[in-house]
Design a protein around this ligand. Structure first.
Ligand code: AMP
Length: 283
């Protein structure tokens, strides 16, 4: 069983002892409700690091909607069991009060990389993400930290965070884990009704369509996104939030596709918001 620690001093002690004995630290930050996507990150950390720490913290600072924060699944016992089966050494599961004894005065502001995609529709979201990840890095002092490519814009934000602020952590991106029908695994999938679950795959199908058009030589991003948006709009139970083609480093929209790009989208299915993305490479 992993040690389950809930306070910052207890984790600092554990990290300090590991550092003294020269053990490398791998860190997987999560919001819990762990699934096979999270497990892929944990397995990679386990294979590369001596001490594996998984944090489980539903970070209020990154939620732009109170109802989403309240309805976010919390399944600590099952999460600890998954961590145990995956050989995790330490689960860090602090309370909100432990992480934010008072509302923070200093936060990490995120520039242009947050201007589009989710950043446009979730004001303050990436400031909340960058701030909590910075705090968690300070607390866990990892050598490597593992993030899913499923959240491509988040991964881009974290890469800028460590490079701009000289944080000595190696960021490892991990490919998206999907269901057999292509739906990206997400803690929010649990909230889909059966009918909603069936139509939720349309986002990945539209992104694959974009990927195929680009691979076949289409260079005009507007033509690619128009076709992909139309696929989603044909599905009445799904509401499209955005579908854009951006560059992989700064997440800025591109008009003409001259190199690898990311096609990324967000949809609402019932009351559930889902995101996904694929890398597209022109011939
Ligand atoms: P979350 O608990 O949703 O904040 O996710 C924690 C980490 O797991 C993030 O780095 C996510 O990108 C990653 N993750 C979530 N879902 C998947 C997935 N289907 N495949 C790979 N990584 C994922």
């Amino acid at each position: 069983m992993p040690e389950v620690l809930t306070t910052i001093p207890a984790l600092r002690d554990r990290v300090g002892a590991a550092r003294l004995s020269g053990r490398s630290i791998g860190f997987v930050p999560t919001m819990g409700a762990l699934h096979a996507g999270h497990k892929r990150l944990i397995d990679l950390a386990r294979s590369e690091c001596d001490l594996v720490i998984v944090s489980i913290f539903v970070n209020p600072l990154q939620f732009d909607r109170q109802d989403d924060l309240e309805r976010y699944p919390r399944t600590l016992d099952a999460d600890v069991a998954l961590c145990s089966a995956s050989g995790v050494d330490v689960v860090f599961a602090p309370s909100s009060l432990e992480m934010y004894p008072s509302p923070p005065v200093c936060v990490v502001d995120v520039g242009r990389v947050a201007d589009h995609l989710c950043g446009r529709f979730r004001p303050g979201h990436f400031r909340g993400v960058a701030t909590v990840v910075m705090k968690l890095f300070e607390i866990t002092q990892p050598d490597r930290a593992y993030f899913g490519e499923k959240d491509a814009q988040q991964l881009a934000v974290i890469r800028h965070l460590v490079s701009d602020l000289n944080v000595p952590v190696e960021i490892v991106g991990v490919p998206t884990v999907r269901e057999a029908d292509g739906l990206a695994l997400s803690s929010r999938n649990q909230r889909l009704q059966p009918g909603e679950r069936r139509v939720a795959t349309v986002l990945y199908e539209a992104l694959k369509d974009a990927q195929a058009r680009i691979a076949a030589g289409e260079r005009e991003a507007a033509r690619v996104t128009a076709a992909a948006r139309e696929m989603i709009e044909r599905q009445p139970a799904v509401k499209l939030e955005y579908l854009e083609i951006v560059d992989p480093l700064d997440m800025q929209p591109v008009a003409r596709i001259d190199g690898p790009v990311v096609a990324a989208g967000a949809i609402w299915v019932g009351g559930v918001r889902l995101i996904d993305n694929v890398i597209c490479v022109p011939p």
